[in-house]
Write a protein that binds this ligand. Structure first.
Ligand SMILES: [Zn+2]
Length: 246
């Protein structure tokens, strides 16, 4: 298995500031002149993710014997992708029942009974192609055999609102591959809020957005002059990363 994507950084002369949303300790700003490498930005990010990213992945795949359920989703059922959800990123829903998942989409691979009792998929039995208990047993087997231990279903990964609007697919990003527009803006002004609201962007400023969609914002919202609100897109770039696991 491997994890890959891009991290957003802001470059001001020699000073580089990575941007991502909490969860995994954020790499502080650094001066590229103090880094002994031909590609200083890439190597500093790689080193940091080798340590903290790897630790985060191990925490969710290793010791606690829990695997994220392939039927889990961060997006509640029957939601219009054009409208922000009120869901916090920590709440997992079930794609089948459309309700909050009682076990938060975490399957304990060492305790089948706990999973069978905890999962409430029978609430939507009519959606299944076999009896709910059979469905759960099959799912448990599939998860234990490693079929779903892949990279896409892990606690702490979140979707990007812009990817979802573009309807790419339900793509979850690593914590260090997401930022939020809010943290890049200058202090709050009414004019800013009005301009953003008119462009349909205001309700999204605090939601996770991936590094690539972030860089596309000026094209996606041409009516907004972002530099007026303190965001100079020329200073940002994405840095690719890849973390390999055995
Ligand atoms: Zn995106």
């Amino acid at each position: 298995m491997h994890f890959e994507g891009t991290v957003l950084v802001e470059v001001d002369g020699n000073v580089v500031t990575p941007h991502w949303r909490g969860r995994v300790p954020r790499l502080p700003s650094f001066d590229t002149r103090s880094v002994d490498s031909d590609t200083p930005i890439e190597s500093v990010i790689e080193e940091w993710l080798e340590r903290y990213g790897r630790q985060w992945v191990n925490e969710f795949t290793g010791s606690n014997n829990k695997v994220n359920c392939p039927d889990g989703t961060l997006v509640p059922g029957d939601i219009d992708p054009g409208v922000p959800t009120t869901a916090t990123p920590d709440i997992w829903y079930c794609k089948i029942t459309g309700e909050t998942c009682p076990i938060q989409a975490l399957i304990p691979t060492d305790d089948e009974a706990a999973f069978i009792n905890g999962c409430n998929v029978e609430n939507a039995a009519e959606e299944l192609d076999r009896p709910p208990k059979r469905y759960k047993k099959d799912l448990f087997q599939a998860v234990c055999s490693g079929k779903f231990t892949g990279e896409h279903h892990m606690m702490g990964r979140e979707g990007c609102w812009r990817c979802q609007q573009k309807r790419d697919r339900e793509d979850l990003h690593d914590p260090w591959a997401l930022t939020e527009l809010y943290s890049h803006l200058e202090e709050e002004t009414m004019e800013r809020k009005i301009a953003f609201r008119q462009a349909g962007l205001e309700s999204w400023v605090g939601h996770p957005i991936c590094a690539e969609c972030f860089l596309e914002l000026p094209d996606s919202f041409p009516d907004i002059e972002f530099s007026e609100w303190g965001v100079d897109f020329d200073r940002y770039r994405t840095v690719p990363y890849r973390l390999d696991f055995d």
